[in-house]
Design a protein around this ligand. Structure first.
Ligand SMILES: Cc1cc2nc3c(=O)[nH]c(=O)nc-3n(C[C@H](O)[C@H](O)[C@H](O)COP(=O)(O)OP(=O)(O)OC[C@H]3O[C@@H](n4cnc5c(N)ncnc54)[C@H](O)[C@@H]3O)c2cc1C
Length: 379
């Protein structure tokens, strides 16, 4: 494909940018996807398909709770979208929708979950409160400290390594031009489009530009006069050696930072938002020993049977947080410019959000009310 055949440039090759590029290519557009190759949330995430509101976000960013609640009805749709996407690509994403448990250890935490569940039910989620007897039947792997839980039946898990690889194969099949390992440094408006200054010196031109650059969006958007306050959150992850199947659910905690799940390989993936560092000139996410120890200790407390397992790998990645909601769609005052930031639990929301943005780029009805997600709301 020559430069003249490129209709749209998508910057940011995480799950969102990749899927926007793929959906546009499927619609017949010539698409170039640019990524600086440092990896973002999509190459580091835990593979949880989140639906219920995450207590971690509610505690860290209480000011974002109304935003999260507004976007909540999209989450079950996003999980169903992943399932349909897996079928469409003929791939195996290892999706399991066995439900997600948010556990409580005290009456106070259980009361918090009851209130949360009541609000979520009003927003259409399928959630219930379980007592210890229920958990003994359904989740005997939970330790004795757990007294109850909220279950959300739409939650589950997938294997992001498999998803990312299948999505990449799909882009190659569709003829998307992949320009990798090179950052976009400058953006400027010019007649009928944008001039894109690349780190290695070249300039590109695009009439239509989609910024799916997660936390990198703030500095790029500012050059076009748009304020997008995207925060980078470096986070820690652990994975154990494989063991017999024992944990069917996605497990979280009402008051502490943990996500716990078991992949089809038998490995237990332990995350939940423990901090990592960003170091060096390349802003590389790097693990912290205190996070490793605290995260693993908490996991063992919640599910004591995993105690003998060795942690075989740890890693860090950068999550992006805005105001609890996605930043999705066009900027009417800058024709041709679109944003694509999914919102909290952005891997869960990724392909679904990308499909909404692709529809808007194509001038089609996205099928959702997009008022909450307009990129100009911070101006
Ligand atoms: C450790 C961790 C665990 C997580 N676990 C989960 C989970 O279990 N479930 C869930 O739903 N979500 C999870 N998340 C969040 C989720 O991974 C992200 O929200 C999601 O992947 C964001 O996708 P994205 O495509 O918007 O951005 P990213 O995947 O961050 O991709 C953005 C891309 O833009 C590129 N980029 C940025 N600036 C530039 C530039 N100037 N030029 C060129 N390229 C640029 C970057 O290189 C990057 O590849 C987790 C995140 C982390 C860090």
């Amino acid at each position: 494909m020559s430069a003249d055949d490129i209709d749209v440039i998508v910057v940011g090759g995480g799950v969102v940018g990749s899927c926007v590029a793929g959906f546009l290519a499927e619609a017949g557009k010539g698409v170039m996807l640019i990524d600086e190759g440092l990896g973002g949330g999509s190459t580091a995430n835990a593979g949880s398909l989140h639906v219920q509101m995450q207590s971690r976000f509610m505690q860290l960013y209480p000011e974002n709770v109304p935003g999260m609640q507004r976007q909540l009805p999209l989450y079950p749709k996003a999980v169903r979208f992943w399932q349909a996407f897996e079928k469409k690509l003929g791939a195996d994403f290892e999706i399991k929708k066995n439900g997600g448990l948010m556990v409580a250890e005290t009456e106070e935490q259980l009361a918090f979950l009851r209130t949360k569940a009541a609000q979520e039910r009003l927003l259409g989620l399928d959630v219930e409160i379980l007592d210890r007897n229920d958990l003994d039947r359904m989740a005997p792997y939970l330790g004795p400290a757990v007294i109850g839980a909220e279950i959300c039946l739409d939650e589950g898990k997938l294997n992001p390594l498999k998803c990312n690889a299948a999505i990449r194969r799909w882009l190659i099949r569709l003829g998307v031009v992949l320009r990798e390992g090179e950052a976009v440094l400058t953006l400027a408006r010019e007649a009928n489009g944008f001039r894109i200054g690349m780190a290695k010196g070249a300039n590109l031109r695009a009439e239509t530009l989609v910024l799916a650059t997660a936390a990198g969006t703030t500095s790029l958007a500012a050059q076009l006069g748009i304020n997008i306050p995207a925060r980078a959150e470096p986070l820690h992850m652990n994975i154990t050696e494989a063991t017999v199947p024992m944990i069917g659910h996605l497990v979280q905690h009402a008051d502490r930072m943990i996500t716990l799940k078991q992949f089809s390989t038998g490995q237990i993936v332990i995350g939940g938002g423990w901090p990592a560092d960003i170091v060096g000139e390349r802003n590389h996410p790097t693990v912290r020993l205190d996070s490793l120890v605290a995260n693993a200790t908490l996991a063992r407390h919640i599910a004591p049977q995993i105690a003998p397992l060795r942690i075989i790998r740890t890693w860090a990645g950068v999550n992006t947080s805005v105001d609890g909601k996605g930043v999705l769609g066009p900027v009417p005052s800058v024709p041709g410019l679109h944003f694509a930031i999914p919102g909290d639990a952005g891997y869960t929301l990724g392909p679904f959000s990308a499909n909404l943005v692709a529809a808007m780029v194509l001038g089609r009805d996205p099928g959702e009310d997009m008022t909450d997600y307009v990129p100009t709301r911070f101006s």
